[in-house]
Design a binder for this molecule. Sequence first.
Ligand code: ROI
Length: 165
Amino acid sequence: MTATHTAYIGLGSNLEDPVQQLKTALQELDQLPETSLTQASSLYSSKPVGPQDQPDFVNAVAKLETSLEPLALLDQLQALEQTHRRVRERHWGPRTLDLDLLLFDDQIISHPRLIVPHAHMHERGFVLLPLAEISPNLSLPGKGSITDILSNIATDDLQILTKSE
Ligand code: ROI
């Protein structure tokens, strides 16, 4: 790999065996071209943000080293979502696999296809708690330290399902 970047990916699923969806997705992230998985959080169960009439989610965060540029990485993530036959029937409704590009080095990206840091991450416990588990000293570009942000956010709906190895 040439110039390597650090990227954080948020994973989420609430359909078709979510724990297995995430375990498989973590292995697949490690197999992407020019990319390796360097850390994965525990798997967490979480109450749905948005419409409540859907199953609980399983969430996790992965840390990648990659020499892909942001849009090339996004293409790979979207292709992976497709291989999980991603179902998305309605806005903020249930899904088989969501892969969100949360952070890319300390870059701020504003592109028609990609906003980094991810637009809602600083308000979502299901992203911040797993992220803080693997990178407690992180700061979010333009938003401050993860521990400060997390201290203002409810995380009592989150439970560790499977400890990271
Ligand atoms: N809620 C939770 N708890 N976890 C998610 O991954 C998630 N993803 C979404 C919406 C529907 C906003 N709610 C979520 O896309």
